[in-house]
Design a protein around this ligand. Structure first.
Ligand SMILES: C=C(O[C@H]1C=CC=C(C(=O)O)[C@@H]1O)C(=O)O
Length: 413
């Protein structure tokens, strides 16, 4: 990293500067407010019980803050299931850290040279489950909802491609197309000692939790519809989403759970009565920005983020039976998908996004993920199409967006 960038928090660096300095093996995280680029691993937080993660991280950051050596910042990615997953919580302090401004329009101008992928796939992608298997899973979820086992669950799919991915180019394209999102790339080499080199990369639209001083913000999303290229149809879909009883119910379950989890940490909590529309290039979502005033400055962003995780936006409601249904039904390990990714500093400030619209990229292959919330009134085919539209965030950035145009992609049986 050049000297201009690597001395702690140089505010004059832009998000576009940092993206251009990103190389595979580094960690990058950007929000509309701030961007971070970390090189090298100083120390990895030792494994511990899930319930101890926040307290251990806080003690660790306090200690590092006392040493007074920048950067006392911890970065990382945590899996959907904090235990019982093949992926482990990964939090570390980097050797070098550059901080820049939030993502701005200069990022939109980034146009990395060359192919993002070897766009020709050497073998057909592997879908888990198959499209029919996914519709069957939705039908089983609807039966469980009728039996009142839970009110909502979230079912996802994965898509594994054999392709050589140029990770820095992919990251730039993701950031350029998703200016209002949370773009990230976390190198997993130190997280998993199996010798394979993997990166968790994506552009999430969903803020799990940010803390800046006493300001706490969460922006849960739930209730979605794919965008249309036709502006009239696109508007019709957005308006329909705002009126959809099924989607408003799906959304309310998430907002209520987020507000209930934030409330104990807050002096005041503002929860808008109705959701707003949030657009990504591929999707319309219902979103509600929940804002609180933190009661105790000793509470870190990671502690509150972990108190929220997993929200019903990625798991369901109530959480325990919904999570059991996912584990029994989905048919693959979500690993870091639907987990949390971000940073926390020694003041406790930080930003944690939900790990969505993402892929785990290895050498010569990538696994993409997408899910959809299932409530009474969900239709199996529409939920399948919703996951296809969500997969397009990554596929488009890889120049592979036509791949899902028909469901002829050879599926794993
Ligand atoms: C699980 C995903 O989306 C969640 C976040 C936003 C909207 C969602 C929905 O409308 O179903 C999902 O709850 C995903 O993008 O893979």
């Amino acid at each position: 990293m050049n000297d201009r960038l690597h001395h702690g928090f140089l505010k004059q660096a832009s998000a576009a500067d940092l993206l251009q300095h990103y190389q595979a093996g580094a960690t990058f995280f950007a929000s509309p407010r701030r961007s971070l680029l970390a090189h090298g691993v100083k120390v990895v937080m030792p494994p511990c019980e899930p319930g101890q993660i926040a307290a251990n991280a806080a003690a660790w950051l306090k200690e590092a803050g006392r040493e007074g050596l920048p950067p006392a910042v911890l970065m990382g990615v945590l899996p959907f299931r904090l235990d019982g997953s093949s992926a482990s919580p990964y939090l570390y302090m980097p050797q070098q850290l550059a901080s820049g401004a939030g993502v701005d329009s200069a990022v939109a101008a980034l146009n990395p040279a060359g192919q993002t992928t070897g766009a020709q796939l050497s073998t057909p992608p592997l879908m888990q489950p198959t499209p029919e298997g996914y519709r069957d899973n939705v039908r089983s979820a609807l039966a469980a909802i009728r039996d009142t086992r839970f009110a909502k669950t979230v079912l996802s799919r994965s898509l594994t491609l054999d392709a050589q991915i140029d990770i820095p180019a992919l990251l730039q394209r993701l950031a350029a197309r998703n200016l209002r999102g949370y773009t990230f790339a976390v190198d997993l080499a130190e997280a998993e000692k199996d010798g394979a080199h993997r990166t968790m990369i994506g552009a999430s639209p969903e803020l799990l939790l940010a803390r800046y001083g006493r300001e706490l913000v969460s922006h849960p999303l739930a209730g979605s519809i794919p965008r249309s290229a036709d502006p009239v149809e696109d508007r019709r879909r957005a308006d329909g989403l705002l009126q959809s009883v099924k989607d408003l119910h799906e959304h309310a379950l998430v907002v209520d759970a987020v507000a209930a989890a934030m409330r104990p940490y807050c002096k005041n909590l503002k929860v808008p009565a109705t959701p707003s529309l949030l657009a990504t290039p591929t999707m319309w979502h219902l979103g509600t920005e929940v804002r609180g005033e933190l009661a105790d400055l000793a509470t870190t962003s990671l502690e509150v983020a972990l108190a929220l995780h997993p929200t019903p936006a990625v798991c369901g409601h109530p959480a325990a039976p919904a999570a059991k249904f996912i584990a029994d039904t989905e048919g693959f390990d979500r690993r870091y998908f639907a987990g949390l990714v971000g940073w926390c500093d020694s003041q406790g400030d930080g930003e944690w996004a939900v790990t969505l619209r993402c892929a785990e990229v290895g050498s010569g292959s990538a696994t993409l993920y997408a899910g959809a919330g299932i409530v009474a009134g969900s239709e199996p085919q529409l939920e399948l199409l919703e996951t296809s539209a969500k997969l397009r965030t990554m596929l488009a950035a890889m120049n592979l967006e036509l791949m899902l145009e028909d469901e002829q992609v050879k599926a794993a049986s």
